[in-house]
Design a binder for this molecule. Structure first.
Ligand code: CP3
Length: 369
């Protein structure tokens, strides 16, 4: 990673290995992504702004999810409020995985309690050919929201931009929403491999341009969500998904930012996912962090991996689980503390705040005693 931006954020503060270095959260976070030593493990949460938080619900009372995403001042406010309330090391821009579908020509809506519904799912080669890749500029509102958040935090916090991965977005486009068995997705993958390849290529083009807007807007890191990739066996992942995802990861890295690549139920895929060259792999909570990292030969960073439902337990148990994860990471450079998937509605905010406190406590104890 030779680009100025990463080097600037990562190297300006403190010498490598200095435990006393007065790292800003932005540099601490980017350094951890690059497996450079940091003064303490950075921490943030998947879905840290969302329905579990009263401040978000207050905004949601007056605006739909898509309205919040499309109005930079609202998206920035929601992003900033959550990051400040939790006192985390990184802010993830408030947006949604599915936004690029619209500029590709697929309308969708969020139906209460049902999740996303895509009006006309992609099923045929003609449907794929019709998808547009030349209107990504329409997504500029996300980059504009990032600009506002970055201006607010400056270097005090790392700014995470994100996109979906080609597979996970293709699955929404083809299934028309969430899915249990991904029958239509796999049917196209197996029976119409050329249409499948074109669909993923088109997605990768749009996602690359979208990521570039976000980096230009001030994102320090890009997370690529391949949330549903765990539906695939390794063979299929390698044949149908890995090559185009690798292209996307490398193109984003060439913009000068580290990439975090995340999937759920991904234990058996991790070594193949590492071949994308992503700087960090997000681990779900089912995989013991030490086993996973060892299987990756410590050749990339790891992010995770507390079970989000642990946040419904008593603080003592949460504290134990946080410490276990940190012990499994063993102080090795390249660990970012997070959950193994997103915070769910109903999660007590004070337990999320407690996790941040526990992560910091652990760092103090292991440094001074
Ligand atoms: O701070 C944050 O992380 C919030 C920003 C964010 C949202 N969506 C807002 C949102 C992020 C990072 C996402 C990513 C996203 N969106 C993913 C990948 C993350 C993951 O969980 O693996 C996926 C699969 C989506 C698609 C999506 N958006 C679904 C399936 C749903 C419905 C989920 C539900 O529980 O109803 C959404 C809606 C959505 N996106 C909400 C939020 C806060 C909740 C709905 C609302 O506020 O009305």
């Amino acid at each position: 990673m030779s680009d100025e931006k990463v080097l600037k954020t990562a190297v300006t503060e403190g010498g490598a290995g200095s435990e006393q270095m007065p790292a800003s959260s932005a540099s601490r976070f980017v350094r951890a992504c690059l497996r450079q030593p940091v003064d303490r493990t950075p921490v943030w949460f998947l879905r840290q702004a969302g329905r579990y938080m009263a401040e978000y619900m207050a905004v949601r009372k007056h605006h739909s999810l898509l309205e919040i995403c499309k109005r930079p001042e609202l998206a920035a406010e929601v992003t900033i409020t959550a990051a400040e309330k939790l006192d985390v090391d990184a802010a993830i821009i408030f947006a949604d995985l599915l936004l690029p579908l619209e500029c590709m020509g697929l309308g969708f809506e969020f139906q209460a309690g049902e999740g996303p519904v895509i009006h006309q799912p992609v099923r045929t080669a003609e449907d794929v050919v019709r998808l547009r890749t030349d209107r990504t500029d329409e997504l500029i509102y996300v980059a504009q929201a990032i600009e506002r958040v970055a201006a607010h935090f400056k270097d005090a916090l790392a700014m995470i931009g994100f996109t979906g991965a080609p597979f996970t977005l293709a699955s929404y486009m083809i299934e028309g929403g969430g899915s249990r068995n991904y029958i239509e997705t796999k049917r196209m993958m197996y029976r119409q491999p050329e249409a499948w390849r074109l669909l993923l290529e088109k997605l990768a083009t749009v996602l690359r341009d979208y990521a570039r807007q976000q980096v230009e807007g001030g994102a320090d890191v890009i997370q690529i969500f391949d949330s549903w990739v765990g539906a695939l066996c390794v063979e299929d992942y390698r044949e149908f998904v890995l090559p185009i995802t690798t292209t996307l990861v490398r193109e984003v890295q060439a913009m000068g930012v580290p990439v975090i690549y995340f999937g759920v139920d991904s234990a058996s895929l991790l070594p193949a996912m590492k071949e994308t060259g992503a700087d960090v792999l997000g681990l779900d909570w089912r995989t013991p962090l030490d086993d996973a990292w060892r299987r990756l030969d410590y050749g990339c960073g790891v992010q995770g991996n507390l079970d989000p439902i642990t946040l419904f337990a008593e603080p003592d148990l949460i504290r134990n689980r946080v410490r276990n994860i940190l012990a499994k990471a063993g102080g090795r450079p390249g660990h970012i503390f997070n959950l193994g998937h997103g915070i769910v509605p109903g999660t007590p905010v004070e337990n999320v705040q407690a996790v941040v406190k526990f992560v910091r406590e652990y760092a103090q104890e292991t440094q001074h005693g």
